[in-house]
Design a protein around this ligand. Structure first.
Ligand code: 7PM
Length: 281
């Protein structure tokens, strides 16, 4: 199996684990909120992440923070479109759009974005059909509940089994709707309707997801599970983030959604050197 994904003409080669750099263009995002609101600041940051080794830049215009104010389609587009248009022209790597709204998918893919990253896994009305029509790859993420309420009392009988069967079902729905498996990625959705124990069980059980035969994505960077284990604020989670990313890559995760690109890049180079040696022997 080869893992080269065509993102609207730009290649994402996941034969070795790669980095998805996070670029939030929101005034209220939890860890870098407000930093990248001005288009030129966002664009500089995207270039920097590419130079540091990101393989794709994930652009988000709507915060998914629990309780965050909902954003209108027009406002989301006003935030992301100017940045996407420039980055598509300037960057050698693809950009993905972190959205669950079909209208935003349509406009941003029209502006040249190469992948849809959807925390609702195309469950919004019309999203499945829109993504099929747009013909770009889609990352399907698991979330229990909705951002507003998901952390109130997340419950599972068996978190790995349930998240896996959800993602398997979404893959089936996508294929039925005309999105072939070679255009899909899956993500267990760390922190989205999960307690610390759920997150740890998912991290420990990551290998289970490989059986679904599409590349696995993980977003652990700066999340509260790191903070809960270390008892430190976001600013002090770097070493914890790197440990979690390295573990995930070692388990077979192909794309890591992170804020700290150069640091994660070094960790992945070490993991990859070990993996490659194993394959040759
Ligand atoms: C508040 C809560 C702000 C959560 C931001 C977040 C993921 C994602 C996000 C992920 C994929 C964050 C999240 N997380 N997309 N988008 N996987 N595929 O920590 O884990 O950045 S937003």
């Amino acid at each position: 199996m080869t893992y080269i994904i065509d993102c609207a003409g730009k290649c994402l080669d996941l034969n070795s684990p790669q980095i998805m750099g996070v670029l939030n263009i929101t005034p209220d995002s939890f860890s870098d909120g407000g930093n990248y609101l001005a288009p030129d600041t966002a664009i500089r940051r995207a270039h920097q992440m590419q130079e540091q080794g990101a393989a794709i830049i994930d652009i988000g215009g709507e915060s998914s923070r629990p309780g965050a104010a909902p954003v209108s389609i027009d406002e989301e587009l006003e935030r992301v479109i100017p940045v996407i248009e420039i980055l598509v022209r300037e960057l050698p790597i693809p950009v993905s759009i972190d959205t669950c709204k079909p209208e935003v998918m349509r406009a941003t893919i029209g502006a040249g974005a190469g992948m849809i990253n959807d925390i609702y896994a195309l469950r919004a009305e019309g999203a499945l059909e829109t993504a099929a029509e747009l013909g770009v790859p889609v990352c399907l993420m698991h979330m229990q509940g909705t951002p507003g309420t998901m952390q109130q009392s997340p419950q599972y009988q068996n978190v790995v089994t349930e998240v896996k069967s959800f993602l398997k079902d979404r893959i089936t729905q996508c294929i039925k709707s005309g999105i072939p498996a070679n255009r899909l990625l899956i993500d267990p959705g760390f922190g989205f309707g999960k307690t610390l124990e759920h997150n740890l069980l998912l991290l420990k059980g990551l290998k289970e997801f490989l059986a679904l035969n599409v590349p696995v994505v993980a977003g652990l960077s700066r999340k509260s599970m790191i903070g809960q284990i270390l008892d430190v604020p976001i600013a002090d989670r770097l070493y914890g983030n790197i440990a979690a990313a390295a573990y995930a890559a070692w388990q077979g995760v192909r794309l890591l959604r992170v804020h700290d690109v150069s640091e994660t890049r070094d960790a992945l180079r070490i993991i990859n050197a070990i993996i490659k040696t194993d394959e040759k022997s």
